[in-house]
Design a protein around this ligand. Structure first.
Ligand SMILES: Cc1ncc(COP(=O)(O)O)c(C=O)c1O
Length: 453
């Protein structure tokens, strides 16, 4: 075991915090002012979760880089926690948005782009019928509602450590076999054991047992877990998931919101998965809020026959701004010109370079850590081998280490995802950018473990 030098982390954090504050007077002043009008000084609660004493305020961004209001330029490996996985403001999306915004933003009527988008989603993901939502959270909520409506069952099965947006049913944790509210869940509406069954990922026996009573409407799963560190499915797990859901009449919802990193058709197309419903959001419109969900022929027929036209606006599926013309123009531009095979051909080798750089640092420092890559997403975790499930991944988390590594990187021009040690690679990241990260990561590790302060 390598001892984590807690005292040294605390000392280094003090030094890094001083530097962060001294070099960012404008962000600091904006934050102080913002505290007068915004809850926690930020427009959205997650933005308090940076390791400095205040968030950076962004001036502008393009591609893989952004500049803060103090004039510092950063390599962005967070990319809006996947919302900007395409890189910031890709030219094709900026053009399409600028054009559409002058032609009308939202109509409660479809535009021609919606047909193009529906056909493209069908081609990429293999599901025949599509709907557009504003966020992945919404897409998941609508998908769950469809599954419940069609199966007549109430329960949702999720995996311990999952995140699928602010979907109440998924805010659970598994403790000694019991499904409990996540400690972090603020104001849960009901005891989630009433709505949800949680099991560990990669455990076929647990899946069999959980679905055997045939009272679960749907399994909601990321094909590889990405929100508790990265957890890849073991060989045969997806085949088992497919077979057991078929046998028990359970709807299988695959959430590709993050795993679209694996290829143009997400993990689903890359690995031949066959979900009943597929949900996706975040980067699908190049950063413009938009999401989508596709359903099988059978579920589409059930939805059409189950929702009367006169009830369609109050059925619980959809929303006023969902499917608006602006989002569809952005989605079309993203799918047609940005998230193309070329995007993946460009970013995969860069992500591989990132992962092998991190691995070389880990190996030469003899740390019991590892790095996993899925497409253009890579993540290092503080355990020697990849975790099999959410409990193993959670046990390896270390907020002190995260905080130090993130702040150290920020002070040297690199933004990591704040919630874990995930890096996403946009196409205009350069090999020199990646090598800069490897160098900075190496220096941080040396300061931490060799005491060179
Ligand atoms: C896998 C997955 N699904 C859904 C969501 C929800 O996305 P949004 O917050 O854009 O609704 C997230 C957000 O992190 C996610 O990681």
């Amino acid at each position: 075991m390598v001892e984590i030098p807690r005292d040294r982390i605390a000392r280094l954090m003090e030094r890094e915090t001083r530097r962060f504050v001294e070099e960012r007077p404008k962000s600091r002043a904006l934050f102080e002012r913002a505290r007068g009008s915004l809850l926690g000084g930020v427009p959205m609660n997650w933005m308090v979760r940076w390791s400095g004493p205040f968030p950076l305020f962004v001036r502008e961004a393009r591609g893989a880089h952004f500049t803060d209001v103090d004039g510092h330029r950063y390599l962005d490996l967070c990319l809006g926690d996947t919302g900007a996985m395409t890189g910031h403001s890709p030219e094709a999306v900026a053009e399409a948005v600028a054009t559409q915004v002058r032609r009308g933003v939202t109509f409660m009527l479809p535009t021609e782009d919606s047909v193009w988008v529906g056909e493209e989603l069908q081609r990429r993901f293999g599901l025949p019928s599509w709907q557009i939502a504003m966020t992945a959270t919404d897409a998941n909520r609508f998908a769950i509602r469809l599954a419940r409506g069609i199966t007549g069952r109430k329960l949702v099965l999720v995996f311990n450590g999952c995140y699928h947006g602010t979907v109440d049913e998924t805010f659970v944790t598994l403790r000694n076999g019991a499904t409990l509210p996540k400690k972090s869940s603020f104001g849960p509406p009901v005891d989630p054991a009433l709505t949800t069954r949680a099991i560990e990922f990669n455990d076929v026996g647990a899946l069999e047992r959980a679905l055997r009573p045939q009272d679960v409407a749907c399994v909601l799963a990321e094909p590889a877990m990405t929100n508790v560190g990265m957890i890849l499915p073991e060989p045969g797990y997806h085949e088992a998931l497919h077979d057991i859901t078929r046998r028990t009449g359970t709807v299988l919802i695959i959430d590709e919101t993050h795993t679209i990193c694996a290829g143009p058709g997400g993990y689903t197309a890359a690995h031949g998965l066959r979900p009943d419903i597929l949900t996706i959001g975040k980067p699908i419109a190049g950063g413009v809020p938009a999401a989508a969900y596709g359903v099988s022929r059978e579920l589409a027929a059930g939805a059409v026959s189950g929702i009367r036209v006169e009830d369609s606006d109050v059925s619980g599926i959809g929303g006023t701004l969902s499917g608006n013309a602006l989002a569809l123009a952005a989605m079309r531009a993203t799918l047609e010109h940005v998230l193309t095979p070329r995007f993946y051909e460009t970013t995969f080798p860069l992500a591989e370079r990132f992962a092998s750089g991190v691995e070389s640092v880990i190996r030469s420092a003899g740390l019991p850590w590892h790095v996993v890559r899925l497409g253009n997403r890579a993540e290092y975790q503080f355990r020697p081998t990849p975790p099999r499930n959410g409990s193993e991944a959670e046990a390896a988390m270390d907020l002190d280490l995260d905080g130090f590594l993130h702040l150290y990187s920020l002070n040297r021009g690199i933004l990591m995802t704040p919630f874990h040690n995930m890096a996403l690679i946009a196409p205009d990241t350069t090999p020199a950018d990646i090598d800069h990260h490897t160098r900075v990561f190496g220096e941080a590790v040396r300061e931490l473990f060799e005491g060179r302060e």
